[in-house]
Design a protein around this ligand. Sequence first.
Ligand SMILES: Nc1nc2c(ncn2[C@@H]2O[C@H](COP(=O)(O)OP(=O)(O)OP(=O)(O)O)[C@@H](O)[C@H]2O)c(=O)[nH]1
Ligand SMILES: [Mg+2]
Length: 222
Amino acid sequence: MLGVVIPTYNEAENIRELIPRIKEVDKDINIIIVDDNSPDNTSGIAKQLGAIVFVRKDERGIGSALKFGLEQGVKMGFKRLITMDADLSHDPKYIPALISKDADLVIGSRYVKGGAIENWPLQRRLISSGANSIARLLLRFNVRDATSGYRAYTPRAVEAISPCKSADGYEFQICSVYHIFKSRLQIAEVPISFHDRERGKSKLDSQKIFKWFTYVLKLSLS
Ligand SMILES: Nc1nc2c(ncn2[C@@H]2O[C@H](COP(=O)(O)OP(=O)(O)OP(=O)(O)O)[C@@H](O)[C@H]2O)c(=O)[nH]1
Ligand SMILES: [Mg+2]
């Protein structure tokens, strides 16, 4: 049984297109949306399209939304949980590849052979590859794309990330790789081609990048 967890904030136009595209890959996939009370009715559209929708009224953050969705997915009995962004950057056609590998965490990677980024400006590429280099250097794991949000988790991997309580923002991706690695569970990467969002607004800003960096620094010193 496969579940797909998607954190959303103001992704109405994108979610309208993404849910049917996931269903085209496998009509039996269960889609779990964790929406932080988006004013643009993302949650209403997702419900109409048949998703399981959680609306959080008092909380914000991609990391806490992902953790919440993954834990709900485990409680519901899913044996594999995919996470992906709502903004059509992660093509659902890679879902079969993500679940084909026998590892506790399988990452859809832009930085392994065959992986690509289609239409990112130079500045965005530098932030992403710089973040990955910093994480690899400070945390000493050999994962090429530890910031990718396109992943497949086993329930065992979800259990291993329980220490990531305070990682409520973008640092959640690093925290989860770190703890899965420290738990000696297997991590694999499969190539994906990443497509930059064309609609809706990015939620990543310089304040969140700074928070990410201080988090990784603290984690490396802990
Ligand atoms: N529930 C929830 N989802 C969020 C929050 N921030 C971002 N997201 C979702 O997380 C996913 C990734 O966010 P993006 O803004 O696309 O971040 P990004 O991909 O690093 O940035 P871009 O490359 O500019 O798109 C999207 O589905 C967002 O809607 C949040 O605070 N709460
Ligand atoms: Mg995005």
